[in-house]
Design a protein around this ligand. Structure first.
Ligand code: DC
Length: 228
């Protein structure tokens, strides 16, 4: 039996797709690649430079020229990988509420998406990859052998983000996080280019009420059931 070479995992913010992808990649010996990191890196760099995130031309140029690198973790502070932008470690800087609030606007620019999609496809072509995002099954790797769309209710996802922030020792307000999750869903699903949606041939999993372990077992069963 041949395992699927490329696995695409899409879904809304905080649906658990990054955790699932990371565990699957580890179990299979595949590369785990979280494409949201790239949109976050461009957003962080734009805010640093004082660019208006609505400025499509500036943002497109920035996305095309920015050197974004994802490497094995250099520090044992809970990170899964290092994210470097032009050599600078931005692993935690791209996870702030300010980046959260602006990243969907940046990700809606067609020019930004084109530049980042090219970089993602190049990684996908090497195979043995579990790639996570919003448009991996529909746009980046429509020919992936296995596509999973991981869903969960907005309330469940906001609760998870809230717990994550508290666990990191940060301040958190559940109602505010829920409003932010809903706002990002609207932007991600409503944008014209590559909106968040399940590919027609994706397997849809809903993680409401399921543990990470249960979602992982179900996904692994799907992988093993495939004969590519
Ligand atoms: O998964 P995340 O929260 O780190 O993603 C950050 C943002 O990037 C999210 O609002 C949607 C966008 N994104 C996207 O449009 N396409 C992808 N393939 C990955 C992320």
């Amino acid at each position: 039996m041949n395992l699927p070479l490329r696995i695409a995992i899409d879904g809304p913010a905080a649906s658990g797709k990054s955790t699932l992808a990371e565990r699957l990649a580890k179990a299979l010996g595949y590369l785990y690649f979280d494409t949201g990191v790239m949109y976050r890196a461009v957003t962080w760099a734009a805010l640093q430079r004082g660019y208006a995130v609505e400025d499509a031309d500036k943002l497109t140029e920035l996305a095309a020229n920015l050197d974004i690198d994802v490497r094995p973790p250099s520090t044992d502070d809970g990170r899964k990988y290092d994210v470097l932008v032009n050599g600078e470690d931005v692993t935690w800087a791209i996870r702030t509420p300010e980046v959260d609030a602006n990243v969907s606007i940046v990700a809606a620019h067609p020019g930004v998406r084109a530049a980042l999609t090219d970089k993602q496809r190049a990684i996908g072509r090497r195979g043995k990859v579990v790639m996570v995002g919003r448009d991996i099954g529909t746009v980046v790797m429509p020919d992936a052998e296995l596509k999973i769309y991981l869903d969960a209710s907005p309330e469940e996802r906001a609760r998870r983000r809230y717990q994550e922030r508290l666990a990191r020792g940060e301040q958190a307000d559940y109602a505010q996080i829920l409003a932010a999750v809903r706002a990002r869903d609207r932007l991600d699903k409503g944008r014209e280019v590559a909106p968040l949606r399940a590919a027609d041939d994706a397997v849809i999993l809903n993680s409401d009420g399921l543990s990470i372990g249960e979602v992982f077992e179900e996904a692994l069963r799907l992988v093993k059931a495939m004969d590519c």
